[in-house]
Design a protein around this ligand. Structure first.
Ligand code: GLA
Length: 386
């Protein structure tokens, strides 16, 4: 991987592109989710952490309503738009994310404001690591400061969710932006999606002699269509039939009765969410009492539940998880919304080489595209760099 450009280099490219210095440079990270998948829009529990891969934006507020956007990657070139007439139908590629944030802020009363934005990112795109939220969170942190919008972090979470839901068109929850905005080095973010309260939970993998490996299967996915929305609808149907506000209100003890009330598919969707909420709580408890080496079986159980009950895994993710486990990972699971993207494998440092080799070998044997395997650590949330 080529190292990301330094802040000075980014500012210099900004100056030569836009003819003026940026007002500042901000960054926001991608995330992995340790556990708690498809629980966020059910008002449940999640335990993601911000990773040491970030999107960085150099931003200047303009005196007119013109928006100019450029990234250091891709071949999209300079995009221009009118902040007074933002149009979700014509926004292309990554520009949907900054434009969506600007739109969402306008919905909350921000006056029409033009801006120049230069984006750089080393969060792999389409890999299930929230590269889009990293961009949105970097942009909203910058705009919140530069425009004096004065939003607190919970409102920034909701504004980026609005951008995703109503501008980008992905009916996603609040997990990814919460991790990106609220993450802290060395910690996972234990978030209660009912009231947005968080507790930072120490996740000292390195101290326990462990690495968190990400296995990017290169199967690209999108949540702006099909499967993600269908799962969300199943959950809504489940809570409606069970007569609860959300699946958060269904406990493990209620499952036997729910089985008699729901059709088989809806029941399995509900069972995933209910058992996953419980696994998040168990993980938080075990991290506090016994440390990260004790949570492997919960990662495995989470993957099995997503594969069999929620049906959001795919052959490449299952193979990555199985190969990593057989080669010595303590636990492994797909992470993020599913249908492609990445798996995580909690791996003793001494087994990292073997896990890598085993996953690469099994992908080659199956005729799959070679995966990208790298380790991540819990990193700080969004911040100003310059
Ligand atoms: C995506 C969404 C999140 C969450 C996860 C699944 O990452 O953006 O809101 O629903 O999928 O846990």
């Amino acid at each position: 991987m080529t190292p990301p450009p330094g802040i000075d280099e980014l500012a210099a490219t900004f100056r030569s592109t836009f003819g003026a210095a940026p007002d500042g440079v901000w960054q926001a990270p991608g995330r992995v989710n340790l556990i708690g998948e498809h629980t966020d829009y059910n008002e449940g529990f999640v335990l993601p952490f911000a990773i040491d891969r970030t999107a960085r934006v150099a931003v200047r507020i303009r005196p007119d309503s013109t928006v100019r956007l450029l990234s250091t990657f891709g071949n999209q070139g300079l995009t221009t738009a009118d902040a007074g007439a933002l149009n979700r139908a014509t926004a292309r590629g990554w520009t949907k994310y900054p434009l969506g944030v600007l739109w969402a802020l306008q919905q909350r009363g921000l006056p029409v404001t033009g801006m120049d934005v230069l984006l750089d990112s080393d969060v792999p795109r389409g890999a299930g690591l929230s590269s889009s939220h990293a961009i949105e969170c970097a942009v909203i942190t910058a705009l919140n400061e530069l425009t004096g919008a004065g939003l607190g972090v919970q409102d920034m979470v909701l504004a980026t969710q609005r951008a995703e839901n109503d501008f980008v068109g992905a009916p996603t929850g609040i997990m990814d932006q919460s991790a990106s905005l609220r993450g802290a080095a060395g910690h996972a973010v234990f978030l209660d999606c009912r009231d947005q309260s968080i507790r930072l939970v120490p996740f000292g993998a390195a101290r326990a002699g462990l690495e968190m490996l990400v296995i990017d299967t290169k199967v690209s996915h999108s949540h702006a269509g099909g499967g993600y929305a269908a799962r969300r609808s199943s959950c809504e149907l489940g809570s409606e039939v069970l007569g609860v506000k959300s699946l958060r209100d269904v406990g493990l003890d209620d499952l036997a009765e729910a089985g008699g009330l729901l059709d088989d598919e809806t029941f399995r969707r509900v069972r995933h969410v209910v058992t996953e909420n419980d696994r998040v709580l168990q993980t938080v408890e075990l991290l506090g009492s016994a440390g990260p080496q004790a949570i492997g079986h919960l990662l495995d159980a989470s993957h099995a539940s997503m594969r069999d009950d929620f049906e959001i895994s795919c052959a490449e993710l299952d193979l990555a998880v199985d190969a990593a486990r057989s080669a010595g990972a303590l636990g492994a699971r797909m992470t993020g919304g599913g249908f492609g993207g990445s798996a995580i494998a909690l791996t003793p440092v001494g087994a990292v080489r073997g896990v890598r080799a085993a996953v690469e070998r099994s992908f080659a044997q199956a005729g799959y595209t070679a995966p990208d395997i790298f380790s991540v650590r819990p990193a700080a949330g969004a911040m100003r760099l310059a």
